[in-house]
Design a binder for this molecule. Structure first.
Ligand code: SAM
Length: 249
């Protein structure tokens, strides 16, 4: 008797003009193993398949003039309608809310995401309105397509799915998890000389065996690096801590 493959607990549909880009690097390493195990699944949808003209046109020039082309709303609509339900519908765009670890955690709890990858100048605004797209950016720079941005988003989410990263404690101490950047890491050999000829020893506290001191040192390093490199995160951390200590009193 044949059994259908059970549906993955986390499913992704990607709307893209370049389906051959997926799963890409997501098919390797931890996310690749998880894909093989069926912890998540991916389906690509090419809007070009839903065109009816000879040239398979998916884009047109912008109303009002200007450079570049815009992805057509009627074609995207057909592609989306043919793949309902969409679950949480996301459009990758530099105009979106910045992707954060908190957002990745939130998305990892969803059973189904549909991610629309833009090309050219982007997509007709009316599609985003009609399908209530959540707009997400991966940073303040412009990529040539939404596919790379989608991969970043999926990578950040997939590694948070249950059993994808072997040791769940990994997440607890990572950058952003507690509002701070992570402390530095060291491994064997305990002393190493680099190309500058300077011998460098691992900080003594890490080889002391004193777990409380190690914890204290790591916390201080995390605080120092956050204060130096990310004043925005540091002030959010300080005010969050101030609020929490008020609550305790
Ligand atoms: N004209 C758009 C603008 O200035 O905002 C940029 C279009 S870009 C060349 C083509 C597509 O790449 C976008 O529609 C979007 O899907 C994707 N993209 C580019 N940069 C991105 C970013 N920082 N975050 C998320 N998606 C991005």
């Amino acid at each position: 008797m044949k059994h259908a493959k059970p549906e993955a607990a986390f499913r992704v549909k990607v709307i893209t003009l370049f389906p051959e880009m997926f799963p890409g690097h997501l098919g390797l390493s931890l996310s690749g193993k998880a894909l093989e195990k069926g912890a998540w699944s991916i389906e690509t949808v090419n809007p070009r398949y839903y065109t009816t003209d000879l040239h398979k046109t998916v884009d047109d020039s912008p109303f009002g003039g200007g450079a570049g082309m815009v992805m057509k709303p009627d074609i995207l609509d057909k592609a989306l309608k043919a793949h309902l339900p969409l679950g949480r519908f996301i459009y990758m765009t530099p105009r979106g809310t910045p992707l954060t670890q908190k957002k990745a955690e939130e998305l990892a709890k969803e059973p189904l995401l549909t991610v629309l990858c833009g090309r050219y100048e982007g997509v007709d605004e009316r599609v985003l309105e009609a399908y209530k797209a959540e707009e997400i950016s991966v940073g303040d720079y412009v990529l040539s397509g939404g596919e790379q941005a989608c991969m970043i988003l999926l990578d950040a989410v997939i590694r948070l799915l249950p059993d994808v990263v072997g040791n769940a404690d990994t997440h607890a101490e990572e950058s952003f998890q507690n509002g701070l950047l992570e402390y530095p890491h060291y491994t064997r050999p305990a002393e190493w000389t680099g190309p500058d000829g300077i011998p460098r020893k691992v900080p003594d506290v890490l080889t002391s065996g004193n777990h409380a001191k190690v914890k204290e040192w790591r916390q201080k390093c995390a605080e120092d690096v956050t204060r130096e490199r990310r004043p925005d995160l540091w002030s959010a951390y300080v005010s969050q801590n101030a609020k929490e200590s008020k609550k305790v009193k």
